[in-house]
Design a protein around this ligand. Structure first.
Ligand SMILES: [Zn+2]
Length: 813
């Protein structure tokens, strides 16, 4: 099925004016399909158009009382002719439940056999479960009715009322875009609250009930705090009635901002101990989705090229509001270590793009741009803009934008116009430098005889202005800082040149690659532990990671720095982010696995002995040790709880991590995995077992076949299998699959659609195989226009990483 192009969308938005949707769902059938009837009233200034529907079977189409031939459906589009000034269209279709997380997802809970559904419409999935005019700028109010089993509850964008056993009506909504219409139906457990006149709700599978209830007050508190903050910032109150946060199964993103009924991945209902960083991240996801109620839902982009207006704004607001108004702190440290590192890598990849691109990709290709640019870089530049303009002008402009376009659509030019009316000056230059161009400048510190000079080099002619602070640090803990503006290719800084370490952009204010001078690099092992600001440590680590990736710094030096700094590192965000980087990039990537694994495991083992019992640091360190140690006796002793560290609860998820490592070490086989699944008969257990089975030497073929050919595997099981498949310690076992990736991955787009296609590709690409012979096949796949764009994008990312690893190995052998 071809995707909607921007030209088609513009024409249809000109031709049609939507009045209303009445959508009736019948979910009472017991097969893998359901029936939907959409009644759409709309005005038209053209006699022809089309309606989108992707059914198993189109049952009937009636336009202005006339029955049309259902055989006219072609590639998900039903042509409409003879349109009048006002029209009444009724389309009934039998549609298939989804297993890939898009459309109307249906999942069976392994714990109790209960069936759950939820609707995911973004980006082009709405016609998979209701006939509609599927594009962001054709908004209309919705009235939804549902028939379902009598023990189900129903939730959606409008408040739900049960009208009879198994029959529900959702209140008419405000005008909505198709991509954020949802329907939640199943025997969900629900919790209600109310705040400031807004009915609040949480929902999850019955089997997660006790875990949700344990955290409900935390979740409601974050929601209340964020509503207060947004109501202080925005003149418009939350406009969509009730506010539900539904933790949904088999969700392939973090969350989705459906007005009134946000859906959230239910792996964020924590069933055991997690780190503070993970709790904080979950809180930020909730705050992010709440920001979308204004930016995205109340005012929506016209086309997907302006999705950054949604995502960058929500991302910036999530960190700002979480830091200023919730009980979770350290949000900008997390931003620097996790999100910014993601964005900096993306901005140096072959697939980078401007935050606000002109290139008007179709609706399917636009999915690829939900990446480190649209989230992290966009958020970083909005943070910069708010600081540069000051909150008075920034929020005045934002509010004027929201008021001018409420319940409608707007683009970048309209946003900039409102900021300008509010008093902003010279935004054209700013947006050219930060929104309209891609790529990242490098800022390098140099010690001169007189002091310090910062050099700026650019990949293009943008000549970006950088406002930042330069920090100077010594091993005794002394620190100094000076503000710098880099407007030319070099800037002299009024600061002595004798500090142990000098760090450009110590406050993480600008968007740049940072390079330390050689003296600072040499002094880092002794000075880094004395730097108390977590954000500055993140800036240093991003500089180190980036220099390694550029083959400028020996990865052994980075690993040594990590082992030197780890004993002093008190941030679970830092340890988690850096261990992940070492596992994903260094062990088996930049360095031979056997060379790098031991020092990392030793360092984590020593660190673990010093962490406080029951602390986040203990948990994150233990996880890192489990996945890197070769000490079978230790792993076994933790698993049977005979010698687990004091305070470390060996819960179901840590048990699975231990089992996975023992499988990878050849100590455990299918019998032990089955036994563990017998202990943990939950959906989460099934997902964990999927990962472990894919790690079995004799489980590779079965896992590969499932991943590449089985459309019925649920999203979480699928991604877990792909995740468990490759490991640098199993290079010989997985060698036969390396070339098969290039031939077997393209057809997966025929059995799945949407986000999960790319997510699977990223995990099942042979990422630990550092072999120049893979460059050719990868290039050919990326260049093949007949292959799904998500597969090509993720293969391009794989190729970028491969080239970097080859360069690092060739430089540092
Ligand atoms: Zn978002």
């Amino acid at each position: 099925m071809r995707a909607l192009t921007v030209e088609e969308a513009r024409q249809r938005a000109t031709d049609l004016a939507l009045r209303s949707y009445e959508v009736a769902f019948d979910l009472t059938g017991d097969g893998d399909t359901f029936v939907t009837t959409s009644r759409i009233r709309f005005g038209a200034t053209s006699s022809t158009s089309w309606v989108d529907v992707k059914p198993e079977r189109l049952i009937s189409v009636e336009l202005n009382g006339q029955t049309l031939d259902t055989g006219a459906l072609d590639g998900g589009r039903f042509p409409l002719t003879g349109l009048q000034a006002e029209n009444d269209l009724v389309v009934t279709a039998e549609l298939k439940y989804a297993a890939d997380g898009e459309g109307l997802q249906r999942s069976v809970d392994a714990a109790d056999g209960r069936v759950y559904t939820y609707g995911m419409s973004s980006l082009e999935s709405a016609p998979r479960y209701f006939p509609c005019f599927d594009q962001p700028d054709l908004k209309a109010p919705y009235t939804i009715t549902v028939k379902c089993p009598g023990d189900w509850i129903v939730l959606g964008n409008g408040a739900a009322t049960r009208t009879a056993p198994g029959e529900w009506t959702l209140a008419e909504t405000k005008p909505l875009s198709t991509y954020f219409v949802t329907l939640v139906a199943g025997p969900y457990h629900q919790l209600r609250s109310e705040y400031d006149g807004i009915p609040l709700g949480l929902a999850c599978r019955q089997s997660l009930k006790e875990h949700l209830e344990r955290d409900a007050e935390d979740l409601f508190r974050t929601t209340r705090d964020a509503f207060d903050a947004y109501h202080r910032m925005f003149r418009a109150r939350y406009p969509f009635g009730e506010y539900w946060q539904v933790f949904a199964p088999d969700f392939n993103l973090g969350a989705m901002e459906n007005p009134g009924c946000v859906t959230v991945s239910d792996d964020l209902v924590f069933r055991g101990p997690v780190t503070d960083a993970e709790r904080s991240t979950r809180s930020r996801i909730l705050v992010h989705e709440m920001a979308h109620m204004w930016f995205g839902d109340l005012v929506t982009m016209k086309w997907w090229n302006d999705m950054w207006l949604n995502e960058s704004f929500a991302e910036y607001m999530a960190h700002r509001v979480a830091e200023d108004a919730t009980s979770y702190q350290g949000n900008w440290v997390d931003f620097a270590f996790v999100r910014k590192w993601w964005g900096l890598q993306t901005d140096q990849s072959s697939s980078t793009h401007p935050v606000a691109p002109d290139s008007l990709k179709d609706a399917r290709q636009s999915l690829d741009d939900f990446d480190g640019i649209s989230y992290a870089k966009g958020a970083a530049v909005l943070k910069q803009l708010a600081k540069y303009l000051g909150d008075d002008i920034f929020l005045k402009g934002v509010n004027a934008h929201l008021e001018a376009h409420e319940y409608g659509n707007a683009d970048l030019h309209e946003f900039i116009a409102k900021l300008t009316e509010a008093g902003a000056r010279d935004l054209d230059t700013w947006s050219d430098q930060w929104l309209r161009t891609s790529g990242v400048d490098t800022i390098t510190a140099e010690r001169t005889g007189a002091g310090i000079v910062l050099h700026r080099s650019s990949p293009d002619e943008s000549r970006r202005l950088h406002k930042l602070s330069l920090g100077a640090y010594d091993a005794d803990g002394s620190a100094a800082s000076v503000d710098v503006v880099i407007a030319g290719d070099a800037a002299e800084v009024v600061l002595g040149n004798d500090a142990g370490v000098v760090v450009p952009d110590a406050g993480d204010d600008t968007w740049a690659k940072i390079r330390l001078d050689p003296t600072s690099l040499a002094n880092l092992p002794t000075v880094l532990p004395a730097i108390t600001d977590g954000t500055t440590r993140a800036v240093i680590w991003n500089s180190i990671r980036d220099a390694v990736a550029d083959a400028e710094l020996d990865p052994r030096q980075a690993l040594e720095l990590f082992t030197a700094a780890l004993p002093h590192e008190d941030s679970d965000v830092a340890v988690g982010s850096l261990v992940r980087w070492l596992e994903e990039r260094v062990l088996g990537g930049y360095l031979e696995y056997d060379e790098a694994r031991g020092p990392l495991a030793d360092a984590l083992g020593s660190k673990l002995a010093t962490t406080a019992p029951g602390s986040s640091l203990q948990l994150v360190t233990a996880r890192g040790l489990i996945s890197t140690t070769n000490d079978i006796a230790l792993l076994r002793s933790w698993l049977d709880s005979s010698a687990a560290p004091d305070g470390l609860e060996i819960d179901a998820d840590l048990r699975w991590a231990l089992v996975l490592r023992l499988v990878r070490l050849g100590e455990f086989g299918a019998t032990e995995i089955d036994a563990e699944l017998d202990r943990d008969k939950s959906t989460e257990g099934v997902v964990q077992a999927s990962r472990c089975r894919a790690a079995l030497p004799d489980g590779k073929e079965a896992a590969w076949t499932r991943i590449m050919t089985d459309p019925s595997v649920g999203v979480q099981e699928l991604l877990a299998a792909a995740d468990g498949f490759w490991h640098p310690g199993q290079a010989a076992i997985t060698a036969p699959y390396v070339q098969r990736f290039f031939t077997d991955i393209p057809p997966t787009a025929d059995i799945r659609a949407g986000m999960v296609v790319g997510l699977t590709t990223a995990r099942i690409a042979p990422r630990y195989v550092i072999d120049a012979d893979l460059v050719g096949p990868a290039e050919a796949l990326v260049a093949d226009g007949s292959v799904n764009s998500g597969i090509r994008r993720k293969t391009a990312n794989f190729l970028d990483d491969l080239r970097r690893a080859l360069a690092v190995r060739s430089t540092f052998g």
